[in-house]
Design a binder for this molecule. Sequence first.
Ligand code: PLP
Length: 398
Amino acid sequence: MFDPSKAIQDMQEFGEFGGVNPSITDSSTYTFMTPERMKELFDHEIEGCFLYSRHWNPINKNLAQALAGLEDSEAAQVTASGMAAISCTILQLCGSGDEVLCSRTIYGGTYALFKNFLSRMGITVRFINVYDPEVVKQSITERTKVIYSESISNPLLEVADIPTLAEIANQHEIKLVIDNTFSPMIISPLRLGAHIVVHSMTKFINGTSDCVAGSICSSAEFIQQLTDVNSGATMLLGPVLDSARAASILKNLHSLHIRMKQHSHNGMYLAKNLEDLGFKIFYPGLSSHPQHELMAQLMNEDFGFGGILAWDVGDEAKANELMTAMQQENVGYLAVSLGYFKTLFSSPGNSTSSEIPVEERAQMGLSNGLIRLSVGLDNDIQATLERIKTSLNKVALL
Ligand code: PLP
């Protein structure tokens, strides 16, 4: 059994003066004892040697190593946002004339980047139903370079069949890129055959909603390509993660395993109870979820089905009233984003999925009455349910 927390637990990195945390790099540039050594480093990476902090810096390297351990990859790179991780990955893999096949249920920012921005660079993105392998197979052309999906989709919580997608990608010698933002530790896409995993570390991995950050985990060869001084997307587009932030994310990463278990425990509790009250709930831990069995096969043991659930209350007006009442009752905050220690809720149709045209949202089953809940770490989740019930009563939904 693979334990995604093990490599992080096994890390031992002393700070400069023996501190229990590695030192924060407070330099953008690094000295060399000889000009020849500097030239050598420009020609190729030298273990333990640093050139310039946009390329690599020590604390970012520590964080990247921890993330490689989390995803069981040969190597990793950290970036200043999840969007930087996604855009650098795609721009490294694709150029003008190339094509990406992307899941039609996807985070709105990714959708906007793919639809509106990549097209300006001559990269075509086709949005398809990646949950149907036949559709994926039939959509591949000789221009296709990438299949792109979220492991668990935002906001409808559909579960990607990563092994099947990987098999198709391998048959055509193209790359399968998976955004694992919703399910760190729960799903290990590279172990299931994906080639590259991206994360918005802004969410669960950091867990304190105090910064924006991203990561890319893959083969040593791909990370080397990304950081190449002459042709690497992370080096040349420059989305470097600030080292003070890297240090704080690394500390938070050490509690990720405990947090994921609690998020999942609370998510399952609310999903079950809200479904029992008669509501339409999307949560992969429920047997009513179309990919519940698939998720059970793909997931690592012990970390549950995750902390995100989607709840369809019918229409936009009701969703808005309910979210207002839930904030008043201190169920959590009416805010976008997820993976925070407090519960966050928002209506994707009016926020994180608003980039997706209404007709396409209707096709994918994303109603304006949908509320996405990122369930917090509440120790007393029964009390949270009572607050939700009070909110439901207030708006006459119970
Ligand atoms: N991927 C997913 C699934 C997301 O939900 C988000 C943000 O909400 C992103 C990527 C983008 O990450 P960031 O906001 O860190 O750039």
